[in-house]
Every structure is written in structure tokens, then in C-alpha cells.
Design a protein around this ligand. Structure first.
Ligand code: ADQ
Length: 744
């Protein structure tokens, strides 16, 4: 039976080792909770680091730790202190974390750390490969393991791999600064499904894949190697019931059951009718905007002095990555700011900021969530931010106000919060005032809508949705695999080829027989291609036709002295072996001077594009242009052209990075059908790569063998991946013994 493998940097276990005694408890984080049901269902394995470096273990403790890990259906990846330093603190937290959160000034690009990152991702892959079997479903988590999907896919292509990024994916302008950008994108593309918290991160990723790897994207799908990869957004939720129920129980606590923290909070709240508390909780991380928050609170107290002595900011900063220098600096800055502001405003009975720098147990978190009138969650950049969601979930009376930064992924779903730009102190101060003064009815209206949503889309649901999407990618893969020309199908075709009495073979040129060049004139045939075409052409009872959108002058230049049959300009001209060119269609050119100026305006506005004028068509090429600009402009051009060509017997065709306007009904399908009538063919074959070839695939009879080059939607029956595979296939045609030789 196939199983599920979950992989994250850390295992969902807290393992403590004290004097050779082992203490194992489950982690309480969002990810561990969300994946719990998946991990407990059926056969499942969680792979990650235990938190103990190899140097921390000895002969006695290591087997015990491993046994505990195994007991919890987990497997560990052995990491040394050096790995932890360079892979985790180094590359993950000094390169990827700041870069992906737009902190370029904090981002270090050190080769030694990159080497370690690759090595450790490989270590993870080794453990996965020891455990994975064909058919297994594998879910890889987060920025520490960006290369892992590819490492697994290369060795175990028949597993289905999902990847989820918990932090933002930056925009192209930021990501392009990264020295190992291609490797990282390719690493992620080893997955069959790539998930992000928001559509913006998804969009940034698609844009980077297009611009940096020059991959084709179709809505949210990417064709890469012989696979279709789906990119989607799955906003992570929380364990709503856990927070809601804890808050409900908390409200029943008697005075003696209250924690010390709760008693302190109560002291402030009960001191006066006007006392209010503002909550701030995060890991102490520069992305969370802690200094900005403190400063804007200071600005608020100055701007609205009537709130002095009444409002308190309760700030919990959980220690994090404290051996990375920027975190140490942040700690100092935060301490100083709190000290300065408290010094400036404090009175005998009032301190504006209560600051905790520690990790509090869950019950104390609930104390804080339930006691504060306003939560001020103002990261400068945050993938999602679960604290914002947890605050809302604990508001059992549906009171309270959430002030949330637009820069948190959570803002995309929590429209009922008061959304602010954390860099705009004026706006933050005003919004804080609005929050503190918000009528209860309005608080209720806002909180209740958000609670409904959080209750529906929990972390468990998030995990289920991701798995459902991952499973559905299998269907896409299966349909595509069934169409790929594998050895068996190829042999089948060769058998038909060999036993047929009369063969007809249509070959598209660009993108099929030769690869694309930036300038179409550079794509001339090479020696190997001439030899291949000569051999094919010499096959008995076989008509080979090169059928292309090219003009006849270019083909005359390249093949003038060859006895090939050629059709150019999508079916306007035919050259039958040694004969001269004849027009297959009666087409007009009078429209060309009228439309050419329009194309010229597009060339002026889109550097890198150019016009190709053929005998009966005009083509606008945009291969060299930035893909996003190209998409934008080509949509624009098609719209303009389609409005102009009505009633003029012209058509607009979209090829591979080219838009072509040509006369009426001319297309490769029509031309191919004409050629078919010329004899009694019992083997018809057509191969091509772009939209113009689709006419051929559609118009040829059902019995024809049609092959698309590349992984795109097509009416062809089969596909091959690239021009190399095309040539290999055609070479096999020439090597196949012809069984039946009929009279010509
Ligand atoms: P984080 O940056 O850690 O997560 P966040 O989403 O707010 O940020 O999650 C913090 C979690 O830690 C919350 O579940 C919170 O309850 C818990 N927590 C906070 N203080 C605690 C304390 N003192 N003791 C115990 N637990 C505490 C990263 C990304 C986020 C993304 C998450 C999930 O940076 O953007 O939302 O992953 O994908």
C-alpha cells in the first residue's frame, strides 16, 4: 500500500537530552497540528531533524533517541553542528529568510553556506529515498528544503511530490539578485504541486519561472521536462477549536485558578474603567516590524495624549535564532526602544509597555489573547501570520479589534480587520485610536465574520485541500504519460510504417526539425538534418513534405538544390520535388500596407520584436522580449487585429512566440488535406510544435499518426519532448526495413 511521507526541517517532536535521559514530547506548532491528522491516518512517516546534532549524541543515547523517533512514526536526518551552522543558521536564515522577506541588506551570499545547503538537502533526500516507494505521496515543507523535491524526483519519478512554502515568495526583481536562482527554481520544480499562502506569492513564482528558466506557463501550470507542475495558493489556517475552547475554559477560571500573568493583566484592566490593553506577539524577528510598532505606539501616545495612563502595550517577543547577528541587533534595539519609551512616559502607577522576552506556555498565550482589547500585528513582511488568526479565534464574546499589517499574508483573507501599512505611523496611530474606540456592535460584526471563516478553513482543512490537489495532479500526469511516445508506441508506429504500401510524412520545420533561434534566419539546417532528410526522401513509396510557415525564398536558399517536397507560408506555396513553386491558394496582398503600420507601432513600443514580411503574410516575432511584456503586448495586438480584420478574409494565427496575419482560409490543415488526396496513402504521419500545426492534426484523418513536440495542450495523439527526440524518431523511420514495395 502506498504511504504518505511528510518532510520538514524539524520533526514534530521536542527531544530533550539531560544527562543521558531522553524526554520526548510532541511539538505544539501550527504545522505539527495541521499535519497531525494526516500523520496519524494510514501509513505515514515524518522525516526531519531531531534538533540534536550528531555531536550531542553518544553510543548510548543515539539508539535510544532513534527508537523514540521511530516509535512516533518518524525518521531523522543526521545533522552535524557544521551542517546546522551553515545550512540552517547560514543559508536558510542568513540568505533565504532575509531575501524572501525583502531584506536585501541583511542577505549574505556565501558559497560555503550554499554548498552546505545542497549537501544537507541531499542528506534529507537520502533518508527519503531509503523510505520511499513508487506510488507514495510526499509533502515537503518550507524554505530549508527548496532543492529536495528535485533530488527526490530525479531518483523516484513515480512518487507524487508536493511542496509548500510557508514564507513569501519574493517578486522577480528581488529574486533575480540571488546567485543560485535557477538551481533553486529547478529544485522546487521537482514537485508536482507547489503551494503558497497567497496568490501574490504564486504569481511571483510563476513570473520567475517564466523569466529566469524561460518556461511556458499556462494559467497556473508550468510545463517542465516531461511534466506539468501545478502552482496554487492554500492559505494556512489554525486549529480553531483548540484556541476557541481554551479561551472558553479560561473564562470560567476562578480567582485562585488564574495564572500570575493573568492576575497582573487584571490589575491593570480593573484599575480604571478606561483601561485598555493592546497586544503584540511574535518571534523576535526583524520581519515582524517590532521597532516600528513600538515607535508608532510612541507616536500614538504623543498624538493622542488623552490615552496616556490608560492604554498599555503588552508585548511578547519570543526568542529566536539568537546566534544570527541581525537578531542580536534587533534584541538590543527593541530593549533600548522599550526602555526609552517607558522612561519617557511612565508614571508611578503606569508603564506604557509591558515587555516579555521569553517563550510562554500555551495557557499564558491564552491569558494574553483573551485579555487584550486590541491586537496590533504589524509585520513589515510575513508569509501568513497565525498569531492574528489565533487572536480572533479566542474572542469568545466576539469583541476585540485586530489591527493587521497589509504585508502579512493573513491580510488577504482578513478583510474585516483594520488593515494598515506598518511604515505609515500616522495611519497606524489613527487606526489604533479607531480600534480603541470601536463600538461593540462593530467589533462583533467584524470578529464574527472572521471567526466563521477561520472555523471553516482550519489547518486540517488546509492540509486536506493540499492533498486533494496533489492527488489530482496524478490524473494530469497519467493522461500525459499515456500520450508520450514511449518505446512500445514507437515500435508500433514503426511496424505500421514498415508494412504500409504508401506513406505520407508531414514535417514542420521550426521547433520540430530545428530548435528556435532569436533570429529566424539563424535556424538554417545543419549537416545532420540534410542527411536525415535525404535518407527519408529516398525511402521507397514515401512522400515526405516539409510544411512550414516560412517564406519560399528562405527554403529555396536552403533546399533549392534538393529534391524535397515543400509547402511554405502555411499552405500558400507548394514545391513538388524537382518541379517549380506553384501557388496552392489564390491569395491577396493588398491588405499588407494597411496593417503593417499597426505592427510597426508595436515594434516601437516593444523593444526586441520585429516584423517579418512574407509573400502573403505579416508576422510579428517576440521571442527576445521579456515574457510578461510579450504576453501583455500579444493580447493587445490580437485584440486590435481581430477588430480590424473582420470582413477582410484575413486570419490571425498565434505560433510559437509569433503572431501572424495571413489571408483567409490558408492553413496547414487545408494544405495537408490537399496533399492527402493525391494518392492512396495507408500511413499518414504529421509532426509539429505550435498552433499552426494543430490545423494539420485536426484535419488529417483519424487513422493519421499525429505527434506534438513539447508538452502543451494539443489535438495530436502523441507527444515527444524536443527536436532531438524528433530526429531520433525520424532516424528510426530511415532504418526500418520497408516490407511491402508497391508500384509507384
Ligand atoms: P512564524 O514566523 O513563526 O511562522 P506565525 O505564523 O505567527 O509566525 O506563527 C507563530 C506561531 O507560534 C503561532 O502559532 C503562535 O501561537 C506560536 N507562538 C507564539 N508565541 C509563542 C510562545 N511564546 N510559545 C509558544 N508558541 C508561541 C512562519 C511564517 C509565517 C507563517 C507560518 C505558518 O513566518 O508567515 O504564518 O510559518 O506557515
Amino acid at each position: 500500500m502506498s504511504k504518505t511521507i511528510i518532510i520538514s526541517n524539524r520533526l514534530p517532536l521536542q527531544i530533550k537530552l539531560e544527562e543521558n535521559e531522553i524526554n520526548v514530547s510532541p511539538s505544539v506548532g501550527g504545522l505539527a497540528t495541521g499535519m497531525k491528522s494526516v500523520h496519524e491516518e494510514g501509513e505515514s512517516l515524518w522525516i526531519g531533524w531531531s534538533g540534536l546534532a550528531e555531536e550531542d549524541l553518544n553510543e548510548e543515547t543515539k539508539p535510544k533517541v532513534l527508537a523514540e523517533i521511530q516509535k512516533n512514526h518518524c525518521a531523522t536526518v543526521p545533522l552535524t553542528e557544521n551542517d546546522v551552522d551553515h545550512f540552517y543558521y547560514g543559508f536558510s536564515n542568513k540568505t533565504l529568510w532575509p531575501l524572501f522577506h525583502y531584506f536585501l541588506e541583511y542577505t549574505s551570499f556565501e558559497n560555503e553556506n550554499w554548498e552546505s545547503y545542497k549537501r544537507v538537502n541531499q542528506k534529507f533526500a537520502d533518508v527519503v529515498l531509503e523510505n520511499a516507494e513508487d506510488g507514495d505521496t510526499i509533502w515537503v515543507h518550507d524554505y530549508q528544503l527548496l532543492l529536495l523535491p528535485q533530488y527526490i524526483k530525479q531518483k523516484k519519478p513515480d512518487t507524487s511530490i508536493g511542496f509548500f512554502l510557508h514564507i513569501p515568495f519574493p517578486s522577480y526583481e528581488v529574486f533575480r539578485t540571488f546567485p543560485w536562482r535557477e538551481e533553486v527554481l529547478e529544485g522546487m520544480l521537482g514537485a508536482d504541486l507547489i503551494g503558497f499562502h497567497t496568490y501574490d506569492y504564486e504569481r511571483h513564482f510563476l513570473s520567475c519561472a517564466r523569466r529566469l528558466l524561460h518556461l511556458d506557463t499556462n494559467f497556473n501550470e508550468i510545463s517542465y521536462n516531461d511534466r506539468i507542475i501545478k502552482i496554487d495558493s492554500f492559505p494556512m489556517g489554525i486549529d480553531f477549536d483548540k484556541f476557541y475552547n481554551a479561551a472558553r475554559e479560561h473564562s470560567k477560571n476562578s480567582e485562585t485558578e488564574k495564572s500570575d500573568i493573568q492576575k497582573k493583566l487584571d490589575d491593570h484592566l480593573y484599575a480604571s474603567n478606561e483601561a485598555q490593553m493592546i497586544l503584540s506577539i511574535d518571534r523576535l524577528d526583524y520581519t515582524k516590524g517590532i521597532p516600528n510598532r513600538i515607535k508608532s505606539f510612541e507616536y500614538f501616545l504623543e498624538k493622542y495624549p488623552e490615552y496616556q495612563q490608560k492604554v498599555r502595550l503588552i508585548m511578547l517577543a519570543v526568542p529566536s535564532r539568537s546566534n544570527v547577528p541581525q537578531y542580536q541587533l534587533l534584541k538590543r534595539e527593541t530593549d533600548e526602544l522599550v526602555g526609552r519609551i517607558n522612561g519617557k512616559f511612565s508614571t508611578v502607577s503606569w508603564t506604557p509597555i509591558w515587555y516579555f522576552y521569553r517563550s510562554l506556555p500555551f495557557d499564558n498565550l491564552i491569558d494574553l489573547y483573551t485579555s487584550c482589547d486590541v491586537a496590533m500585528i504589524t509585520p513589515v513582511r510575513d508569509g501568513m501570520n497565525l498569531v492574528a488568526k489565533e487572536y480572533v479565534a479566542t474572542r469568545v464574546n466576539q469583541d476585540g479589534v485586530l489591527v493587521l499589517s497589509e504585508m502579512a499574508g493573513a491580510a488577504k483573507e482578513m478583510n474585516e480587520a483594520l488593515l494598515i501599512n506598518p511604515n505609515n505611523f500616522e495611519d497606524v496611530a489613527k487606526t489604533l485610536k479607531m480600534a480603541l474606540e470601536m463600538p461593540k456592535d462593530e467589533q462583533k460584526a467584524r470578529i464574527s465574520v472572521m471567526q466563521e471563516r477561520l472555523k471553516r478553513y482550519t489547518v486540517e482543512k488546509w492540509a486536506q485541500e493540499f492533498f486533494t490537489a496533489l492527488n489530482s495532479t496524478k490524473d494530469v500526469i497519467n493522461t500525459l504519460v499515456s500520450k508520450k511516445l514511449n518505446t512500445k508506441l514507437t515500435n508500433n508506429i514503426l511496424e505500421k510504417y514498415s508494412s504500409a504500401k504508401k506513406r505520407l510524412v508531414f514535417l514542420d520545420y521550426d521547433g520540430t526539425l530545428v530548435g528556435f533561434k532569436n533570429n529566424p534566419l539563424d535556424a538554417s539546417p545543419d549537416e545532420e538534418l540534410y542527411n536525415l532528410l535525404d535518407s527519408l526522401n529516398a525511402q521507397p513509396n514515401t512522400d515526405v513534405i516539409i510544411i512550414s510557415g516560412r517564406d519560399k525564398e528562405t527554403f529555396t536558399k536552403w533546399y533549392g538544390d534538393k529534391p524535397y517536397t515543400m509547402i511554405t507560408e502555411h499552405g500558400v506555396w507548394l514545391k513538388d520535388k524537382e518541379k517549380d513553386w506553384v501557388a496552392l491558394e489564390n491569395v491577396k496582398r493588398d491588405w499588407m500596407p494597411k496593417l503593417r503600420p499597426i505592427l510597426e507601432t508595436f515594434v516601437d513600443r516593444t523593444p526586441g520584436t520585429f516584423i517579418e514580411e512574407k509573400n502573403f503574410s505579416l508576422a510579428w516575432h517576440f521571442r527576445k522580449v521579456d515574457p510578461e511584456l510579450a504576453t501583455l503586448r500579444s493580447v493587445e495586438l490580437k485584440t486590435v487585429l481581430n477588430s480590424l480584420i473582420a470582413n477582410h478574409h484575413l486570419s490571425v494565427l498565434e505560433g510559437n512566440k509569433v503572431i501572424e496575419i495571413k489571408s483567409g482560409n490558408v492553413n496547414k490543415g487545408r494544405a495537408a488535406s490537399r496533399m492527402l488526396m493525391k494518392d492512396n496513402y495507408d500511413f499518414v504521419f504529421a509532426i509539429g510544435d505550435d498552433w499552426t500545426d494543430e490545423y494539420m492534426f485536426r484535419d488529417l484523418p483519424e487513422s493519421a499518426i499525429t505527434v506534438k513536440v513539447g508538452l502543451q495542450k494539443t489535438s495530436a495523439k502523441y507527444f515527444v519532448q524536443n527536436t532531438l527526440e524528433v530526429r531520433n524518431l525520424l532516424k528510426k523511420f530511415t532504418e526500418t526495413p520497408i516490407l511491402s514495395v508497391a508500384s509507384k
